[in-house]
Design a protein around this ligand. Sequence first.
Ligand code: ADP
Ligand code: MG
Length: 240
Amino acid sequence: MIKVKNLYKKFGNLDVLKGIDEDIKKGEVVVIIGPSGSGKSTFLRCLNLLENPSSGDIMFEGKSITDKNTDINKVREKMGMVFQQFNLFPHLTVLENITIAPIKVKNITSEEAEKIAMSLLKRIGLEDKAYNYPNQLSGGQKQRIAIIRALAMSPDLMLFDEPTSALDPEMVGEVLDVMQSLAKDGMTMIVVTHEMGFAKEVGDRVIFMDDGRIVETGTPDKIFNNPEHPRTQDFLRKVI
Ligand code: ADP
Ligand code: MG
């Protein structure tokens, strides 16, 4: 689904991504771990061109998204992204948050969009919040809404950047549960997280990033129980 070749990203003089090569298959759940500042968010943001790569190539579903002729908005429709800070529109109801993009971008009627939104809300048990505003929701509820808002566009790929890092501890589980059920349904997912339990249980593959590079990748069993690289070993000693 995604092929990344020799991806570099600089901010001014700062080399943030230093040659990333990575293939992600359809249906794969890939968890990215690594120290703060290692380039995890920048890597995710390059995948949907929220950041422009300095060099290298990214193919998505067989097309180069770094090619000038590619319509990046079309590509983004197929990639849902969930951020640490939810990013719901505060002046819109939950239902409007979920339906605004499908109505604007996919040219479907508001009735159709609302039907889809209500069934997604039902799936996460929040249909009674449809007419509430984001500030009337808990952090866990906001993040679950942010996830189904992305799903309402029927993406082929979901990107998550530390989706539980801003939550109170008691709300982490409800968000991870929604993500796990998505994974079970076969969604292709790239998840940056510090939740090692999620990585072990739900991840098909774990990528360890450090200093702008992929240091090591493998099954959760290999990375957590038998990491090869000293830097992976050192990181895991600190976080587990
Ligand atoms: P991580 O998500 O692994 O914590 P980031 O990708 O956010 O790492 O950041 C990697 C490095 O890039 C950090 O040194 C950060 O300060 C720098 N960086 C990220 N975004 C920008 C930006 N827009 N401008 C300048 N430097 C940035
Ligand atoms: Mg980050």
